[in-house]
Design a binder for this molecule. Structure first.
Ligand SMILES: C[S@@+](CC[C@H](N)C(=O)[O-])C[C@H]1O[C@@H](n2cnc3c(N)ncnc32)[C@H](O)[C@@H]1O
Length: 242
């Protein structure tokens, strides 16, 4: 039987789980630490006692942050190798996070209206079918629940001669220190907006985040040359109406 796209993706992330873990460690990379994590945490507000799904949790570094903030965290990823790494780390740190293999495009292990918050941290440009993922998020959130997401700005996709910003296509990208090929599913920003709205989400906040403190150690070396010259990221805070 022909392997479907989601199975290809699972195999690809399984193959590079260890390399990904080496890249992110337990605190996330600079982009996450300096830029996107503070934005997500600001969107989330007080998470103590809330049921939070970290959808596409990768090695679990953000699930751990949420758990330390008092949330009841469920980390899901379609790659079993990634979930195994996340589970090992949580055990070592004695953190209580429920890690499960599941796809954002179905969230089949979750009941309807069972979560207060869903976080999609650098995942939406990585999943082949955005509409399916948005529908699954909407189904699983309780009325009034929040979806927060950060993803790579589609303006940053390096287009070849025949690729157009306004088209949707799969694209190979380079990740520092990762030898297994990586891919994104490029789609223009308006496709995200339309997918969120067509599922019923209300947009409460939106940004193209940049680092607040460019003098911070680590930030300087990596980013100063392009600081504020181009947008790296997009963030959304969305709500399922009550
Ligand atoms: C770029 S990594 C981000 C991981 C983590 N959220 C972070 O910010 O470090 C993308 C992750 O999403 C997972 N992923 C991609 N598509 C997915 C899907 N449809 N369902 C669940 N996980 C998915 C991959 O296996 C990978 O672990």
């Amino acid at each position: 039987m022909e392997e479907c796209e989601i199975d290809r993706l699972r195999r690809n992330w399984d193959e590079k789980a260890q390399e990904w873990d080496n890249l992110l460690g337990s605190d996330g990379c600079n982009m996450r630490r300096f830029v996107s994590d503070p934005v997500l945490i600001n969107y989330l507000g007080d998470v103590a006692g809330k049921v939070v799904i970290d959808a596409g949790c990768g090695n679990g570094y953000f699930s751990e942050k949420l758990s330390r903030l008092g949330a009841e965290v469920i980390g899901t990823d379609l790659a079993p190798a990634m979930i195994e790494l996340a589970q090992k780390r949580a055990q070592k740190l004695q953190l209580s996070v429920d890690y499960r293999v599941d796809s954002c495009e179905t969230l089949q292990s979750f009941a309807d209206r069972s979560a207060d918050i869903i976080v999609a941290n650098y995942v939406l440009m990585d999943t082949p079918n955005l509409e399916l993922a948005c529908r699954a998020f909407y189904r699983v959130l309780r009325p009034g629940g929040i979806l927060t997401c950060v993803f790579l700005h589609p303006e940053r996709t390096e287009l070849s001669e025949h690729e157009m910003y306004f088209d949707e296509f799969k694209k190979q990208i380079d990740l520092p220190g990762v030898t297994t090929p990586s891919f994104i599913y490029h789609r223009p920003l308006n496709s995200y907006w339309k997918a969120f709205r067509s599922c019923g989400f209300v947009v409460e906040d939106f940004d193209e985040p940049v680092a607040q403190d460019p003098s911070a150690e680590g930030f300087k070396e990596a980013w100063l040359p392009t600081y504020r010259k181009c947008a790296d990221l997009v963030s959304f805070k969305l709500r399922k109406p009550s």
